[in-house]
Design a binder for this molecule. Sequence first.
Ligand code: SF4
Length: 553
Amino acid sequence: MSAAAAAAGATAATTHQSHHDNHFRSFAETPSQKYFSLAPKTLPKPYKHLFSNTRKIAVTAASSKNPLKDVVSDDHSFASYFDDDDKPREECGVVGIYGDPEASRLCYLALHSLQHRGQEGAGIVAVQDNVLQTITGVGLVADVFNESNLSQLPGDMAIGHVRYSTAGSSMLNNVQPFVASYKFGSVGVAHNGNFVNYLALRAELEEDGAIFKTSSDTEVVLHLIARSKKKLFLLRILEACEKLQGAYSMVFSTQDKLVAVRDPYGFRPLVMGKRKNGAIVFASETCALDLIEAKYEREVLPGEILVVDKDQGVQSFSLVPKPEPKSCIFEHIYFAQPNSVVFGRSVYESRCAFGEILATVAPVDCDVVIAVPDSGVVSALGYAKKAGVPFQQGLIRSHYVGRTFIEPSQKIRDFGVKLKLSPVRAVLEGKRVVVVDDSIVRGTTSSKIVRLLKEAGAKEVHMRIASPPIIASCYYGVDTPNSEELISNRMNVEEIRKFIGSDSLAFLPLDSLNKLLGSDSTKYCYACFSGKYPVQPKDKVKKDDGLSGNMGT
Ligand code: SF4
């Protein structure tokens, strides 16, 4: 960088500092004490248009002025009833890699390990010679990428995304990362979370002439960055984040920088790791770091911006002087992989403890403990250990049925649960069974499971749920039904027990959960159990969203 450019950058940062005072404190472990400075201005370059040679991939390319533009429409729908397993849905997983010649391949592997966070779309943006190249597609990571198209993503920096969304013909438009060009260059973004003021921001931007290509809230970030009058990319992001409300764990790639940002509440997870060759990795969960042999360094803190580039290494900035974390407890209950460490806690240990608590507060005479696989398994192990009763595999999950594209008629939809879960008669026949699941949303799947177990010969079925009752929708990046569809919002525990047909039913008590988390308990969001939202969902309040539910006992 020229001395003049560095001086210009330093001047701009200093000027901004006067406006943001404490916002720009560097963290102790930050290698560089200098303020961020931007490389000399680079002219925007068009993205290379990549075309797929595989049937299933819907390839996207971005124009130099706008975010995504479809060149191929999606050719299948995931609106399969097989996915209707009555669980909240995580919306996304993100990855960012800086400083590895195999960045896009590592990104691809890391996305594999985050596949549980989203199965409906995947994408990677790689950067080489200041050019951002992108491939996005509908389907699983393995459907979207292959050796041939990965080889078209060279460079030592990449960001990636896996996405869950509702099905629909416009789905391809919404597959991330999104890429755009603006006055000072190009930028790609991958986002996990949900902006609760998205509609207001979008309306404001549209009023001002902005044209949107997607129905995703993430696109507003690109517009805000492009419209910012600040010259430094960091300041543009900062300005955008000041307007955003809600949940965001995001990674950005510019032509020469990788940037990770987490909202001040830290709703969704984001961690940083380092590979042996010094490459920096950001990922939604530590399981992604493990797979690509990156050592876990630390969380990206709530309200933190981390900027990685060649000149300054890793620099840390803060969005707010005093973040008040409200991390999503559901990551520990359901979303994250058990081998991940999320918000500084082992997910496996959390789930085990949930099961142990259930065995303590809601014991029952039984012969066997089984799980609703896969997410109920660790809690069931905890329950069995505490109760001193054997854990056995009483339900087998088919891992392949979700990949079918056959749309069965309504008449045979009830086969859905049977196709996914098969009871093991040898384990169940004549037994008093405790079955542990992670949560109940609508209650429809639970009733089918109880019926399956009884049809397979279980004498008694005692349902234990390793989370408190869900009474309210999530607005922070998790797809939950309207509150009126949530069974715990409409019924008390005894009514739910009758509805699902079990011999007994118990949920993890919220106060036991708080006790388990100890001094960290105030750092978590429990809005779906309490209806008390840390950030009021302005735009997305659903019709008649009265929280009249009974938390039960
Ligand atoms: S409302 Fe529930 S699912 Fe949403 S962030 Fe809070 S704890 Fe997580």
